[in-house]
Design a protein around this ligand. Structure first.
Ligand code: NAI
Ligand code: MG
Length: 497
């Protein structure tokens, strides 16, 4: 059968061609295996709508096998390793990821549609995360606690939370998986990872590299499949000790409710509708470039996308014009084409969702300055869109669109913009541009958001916590907060008398 790789002029590496040249199996207990019922599904190139390859579709039985393999590794080889030895393996893994960076990046770009340089950035960040968390492996300490009880010695011992189920989305496939895997492994946990059905390939290749780095069999298992079957089986499984999830708020609610049945702790990194606020004393050129990048990078499929641009009245028209000019200069195309700066949306479903939102926005009174429609053809491309003078109450101003669609609004004062920016159910990120230091930090204090970016936007580092307030979720990826998510505390009491 013809696949997307048969398209003329597509410069795909031999190792990538060979990886997708046969259907991909599950990775359980260190082995590549078919699904119990032999089921597979297609993963699609969103630039062409054509199949890349078939991937095994894990059933509840496969999830059960993966959980048992993870338990065995926890109680066996991985659980017995001292922190320093875990750290060495994670450092070796970071090196292997770098050695295979071009291969992993092409695979990611093909499966997700993102421009290759963005995928390359993701993969370098994957390696950096493993390096950062490798550093924590031998620094996990308890405390001795003075108490009011005479003759007592009390100390705490942090221990890994156990078998972790990680369910991740398709926008940064391997990087989001890494945000869960790196701290979980550093803490000494084992994992069953379920990548998104739209983008299963990079996690499967990564699992092979993890084995090559010396991760014992069963420490990391990858079960590919759909949310309602494979994902749900993982959340329901009594042998899973914790669920970590990045994805939609709607599914986050379902996961929280399902996990409650087995009293599993859950961490949720969910959606956002993040305000990007520009005061009239800002560096207008830098702010406009950042505002465009905050919504058009990855075609707007970023949880912390700056999707609601709020500009002080005096420079509103200028900002809208500048961002529009940048939108119109973007080059749409397949992620592997060297001149592409705007890739397709990940799936037909996502294209339909974005199209629906924009139609609703226009019918509710927003004006499209540019874009506003999908591109005719087989791929899932949507034109970069700027909407102006959008009222606060309309759907496109309140809900996450997850596409290259920027809502813009003027504002007058600091108090007003802070109040309006916070009047949303989300609280993931916010950006503020001003040359007034006091105003910048005042805004940082007022905004209800897990990350506030002052004169920058969407900066990330493995050492810095990232996550949401309100219905953007709870728990943090990144930094020490992420590590602690995968530890639980045992208190030990001793009678010295
Ligand atoms: P989704 O939330 O359905 O998918 C994320 C992951 O959850 C996937 O691995 C999926 O298989 C899994 N999943 C779905 N239903 C599940 C269930 N019942 N039990 C266990 N796992 C389940 O996201 P979807 O449908 O792909 O995108 C819809 C919207 O979600 C987007 O338009 C966007 O607004 C938001 N989203 C937010 C992301 C973020 O980074 N915060 C990432 C992806 C989507
Ligand atoms: Mg795909």
């Amino acid at each position: 059968m013809t696949t997307t790789l048969d398209a003329p002029g597509l410069d795909v590496r031999e190792d990538v061609r060979s990886f997708v040249g046969s259907s991909r199996q599950l990775f359980i207990g260190g082995s590549l295996v078919d699904a119990a019922d032999g089921g597979t599904f297609a993963t699609i190139d969103p630039a062409t709508g054509m199949e890349i390859t078939q991937v095994a579709e894990a059933t509840a039985e496969d999830v059960d096998r993966a959980v048992k393999a993870a338990r065995a590794a926890l109680e066996g080889e991985w659980g017995a390793l001292p922190g320093t030895a875990r750290g060495k393996i994670l450092l070796r893994l970071a090196e292997l990821v770098e050695e295979h960076a071009d291969e992993l990046a092409q695979l990611e770009s093909l499966d997700n549609g993102k421009p290759l340089p963005f995928a390359q950035y993701d993969i370098s960040s994957v390696a950096e995360h493993f390096r950062y968390f490798a550093g924590w492996t031998n620094k996990i300490e308890g405390a001795t606690i003075p108490t009011s009880i005479p003759n007592s010695l009390v100390y705490t011992r942090p221990r890994p939370v156990g078998v972790v189920g990680a369910i991740v989305p398709w926008n940064f496939p391997l990087l989001m998986a890494t945000w869960k895997m790196a701290p979980a492994l550093a803490a000494g946990c084992t994992l069953v990872l379920k990548p998104a059905e739209q983008t299963p390939l990079s996690a499967l290749r990564f699992a092979e590299l993890a084995a090559e780095a010396g991760l014992p069999d069963g420490t990391l298992n990858v079960v590919t499949g759909f949310g309602e079957v494979t994902g749900q089986a993982l959340v329901e499984h009594p042998g899973v000790d914790k669920i970590v999830f990045t994805g939609s708020t709607a599914v986050g609610r379902i996961i929280g409710a399902t996990a409650a049945k087995t009293v599993k702790p859950v961490s949720l990194e969910l959606g956002g509708k993040s305000p990007h606020i520009i005061f009239d004393d800002a560096d207008v050129e830098a702010a406009a470039a950042a505002a465009a990048n905050a919504i058009f990078y990855e075609s707007g499929q970023v949880c912390s996308a700056g999707s609601r641009l709020m500009v002080q009245q005096g420079i509103y028209d200028e900002l809208v014009e500048r961002v529009t000019a940048i939108a119109e200069s973007l080059k749409m195309g397949t992620g592997l084409a060297p001149d592409t700066t705007l890739g397709p949306l990940v799936s037909e479903e996502q294209l339909d969702r974005v199209r629906g939102y924009v139609e609703t926005g226009l019918s509710e009174g927003a004006t499209a300055v540019t874009g506003g429609e999908a591109v005719d053809g087989d791929g899932y491309f949507f034109r970069p869109t700027v909407l102006r003078d959008v009222p606060d109450h309309v759907t496109v101003c309140r809900e996450e669109i997850f596409g290259p669609v920027l809502v813009t609004q003027p504002f007058e004062s600091l108090e007003e913009v802070a109040q309006r920016a916070n009047a949303t159910e989300y609280g993931l990120a916010a950006g503020v541009w001003t040359r007034d230091l006091g105003r910048a930090h005042r805004m940082a204090e007022l905004l209800d958001a897990g990350s506030v970016f002052l004169n920058c936007y969407n900066a990330f580092d493995p050492a810095v916590p990232f996550g949401g307030f309100k219905q953007s979720g709870y728990g943090r990826d990144g930094g020490r907060d992420a590590l602690e998510k995968f530890l639980e505390t045992k208190a030990v009491w001793t009678n010295l008398a």
